[in-house]
Design a protein around this ligand. Structure first.
Ligand SMILES: Nc1ncnc2c1ncn2[C@@H]1O[C@H](COP(=O)(O)OP(=O)(O)O)[C@@H](O)[C@H]1O
Ligand SMILES: N[C@@H](CC(=O)OP(=O)(O)O)C(=O)O
Length: 465
């Protein structure tokens, strides 16, 4: 069971989340709990790491004091509900973590250098500080529990600091070795989300939003019967409820559908969440912590098709790069060199379109990736006749519709384009994945809300459930 930042943001939220675990444990179910950092703490730590690098030592020290007080307040409140329990060991544990955090930040400030490895160490304190408080709340609620870091729980990763990949072959041995004896003794382990360790035991992180991924890695390696991801929202909705107020819960999604939704911007799940559990067919349940009686969304291999489209998503802050040059005509070599370069630099491309003359190719990437890609492409092709120009179109967004049911169903693209045309929204690019479970369009960023609402209405998504 995974609880995100909002669901552990303070003592009240932590105690509420602990109750959800207790209710399940009472049904003779063994649970492993995964927690994120308290809401906004990860952003705060990343900011502190940057400010330490710039040498703003005093500001950083004050901000760490505030962060420590926020955690200590939560500890005191959790323990005030159970006066018989000794608060001091948890206060000491939190304090020791903050001493280490201060040391790490002081090192960065002294060297004026922030490596990906030290950034991972600093940002890991968010989850490492929230997990002992959740564990204490579970003890206060009557369970036995202890907290572990992702590395202690057996999540071994590669060395890609900032977006480390789990080494599942190893983790399949190390995770059960770490957790099964605890579960056998009746403990409920609380594991830090987002945080892993490489083979030498150095702390790594799985990428932003990676606590969902931690839950499915643990679920696959134990293996679990189900992975439950508790959220503020009532499961995966037909659109981001912040953009479309009449969005409704999608009862069931296939692994592929949820992967496409996450990749195309549905912030509700980390894009890699599905990967570890898909092969074993372990279902993921996305449930609301505020509506625990609701079934939420179930993700499994054989989700029923309810129509061609199940949800609409969007990603903003993108840039389209158009790479052109007469020498590209009729040669695939230049295009493959461009993609090799981007793959080696680990710069993901969200959409691709090539003119039929092959004289130019357009790629859609995040703004920051596009800036890096432009620099790399200039360096690689400087002085070559293959590429004459690279033009950037910033402030664009991808809007995508996703659903297994659109495979082989004619008219889906027509309905999508008509709904956008009726809103006078210009299409800059169109792409359909070869798997035919999504169609995506590129539009100006300022049109996103109107576009998503129009598409949501055109496919009748508010009436899905
Ligand atoms: N299709 C969607 N369904 C549900 N939530 C969505 C969707 N698209 C975007 N979201 C956003 O995802 C957020 C839920 O995820 P998030 O806050 O990251 O949870 P957590 O911090 O618990 O991982 C919501 O605030 C919601 O606005
Ligand atoms: N705390 C990490 C990992 C995470 O998944 O957080 P959340 O579950 O609150 O999205 C982050 O903010 O990226």
């Amino acid at each position: 069971m995974k609880f995100g930042g909002v669901l552990v943001q303070d003592a009240a939220a932590i105690m509420h989340s602990a109750q959800l675990v207790v209710q399940t444990a009472h049904k003779n179910t063994r649970a492993v709990v995964v927690v994120s950092a308290m809401a906004s703490v990860t952003d705060g730590l990343l900011d502190l790491a940057d400010r330490a690098r710039q040498g703003h030592g005093d500001e950083v020290a004050q901000a760490v004091d505030l962060l420590e007080r926020r955690h200590e307040d939560a500890v005191q409140t959790v323990f005030s509900s159970s006066p018989a329990m000794a608060v001091q060991p948890v206060v000491d544990e939190e304090h020791a973590l903050f001493v280490s955090l201060r040391q790490a930040l002081a090192g960065v400030a002294m060297l004026h250098e922030l490596t990906p490895r030290s950034r991972d160490l600093i940002v890991s304190f968010g989850e490492r500080c929230s997990a002992p408080i959740m564990s204490a709340a579970l003890r206060a609620a009557g369970l036995t529990s202890r907290s572990l870091t992702g590395g202690e729980a057996g999540i071994v990763t590669d060395d890609t600091f900032g977006s480390a990949a789990p080494l599942l072959e190893i983790a399949r041995r190390t995770v059960p070795r770490a957790l099964t004896p605890l579960l056998d003794r009746g403990l409920t382990p609380v594991v830090t989300g987002f945080v892993g360790a490489n083979e030498e035991g150095v702390i790594t992180t799985l990428g932003r939003g990676g606590s969902d991924y931690t839950a499915t890695i643990l679920g696959a390696c134990l293996p679990a019967d189900e992975v439950w991801i508790w959220k503020e929202v009532d499961g995966v909705m037909t659109a981001d409820p912040k953009l479309v107020p009449d969005a409704v819960r999608v009862p069931a999604l296939s692994y592929r559908e949820v992967m496409e939704l996450a990749w195309f911007g549905a912030k509700v799940l980390h894009p890699m969440t599905v990967a570890p559990v898909q092969e074993a067919g372990i279902p993921i349940r996305i449930r609301s912590a505020f509506l625990p009686a609701s079934p939420g969304t179930i993700v499994r291999a054989d989700a029923p098709e309810t129509g061609p489209v199940k949800a609409v998503t969007s990603i903003r802050k993108l840039t389209a790069l158009t790479i052109g040059g007469a020498a590209m005509i009729g040669t695939s070599d230049v295009v493959s060199r461009v993609f090799d370069l981007l793959a080696t630099a680990q710069l993901p491309v969200l959409m691709i379109s090539q003119s039929s003359s092959m004289a130019n190719v357009s790629l859609v990437m995040t703004q920051t990736d596009a800036e890096r890609a432009t620099r790399l492409l200039h360096k690689e092709f400087v002085g070559s006749t293959a590429i004459r120009d690279i033009t950037a179109t910033p402030h664009v967004a991808v809007v995508a519709v996703v659903g297994d049911g659109m495979r082989g169903t004619p008219g889906v693209a027509a309905r999508l384009f008509t709904s956008l045309a009726s809103e006078n929204i210009n299409l800059l690019m169109i792409a359909q994945g070869s798997s035919e479970v999504n169609i995506s369009v590129l539009i100006a960023e300022k049109e996103v809300q109107r576009a998503v609402r129009a598409i949501h209405a055109a496919f009748g998504l508010a009436a899905t459930t």
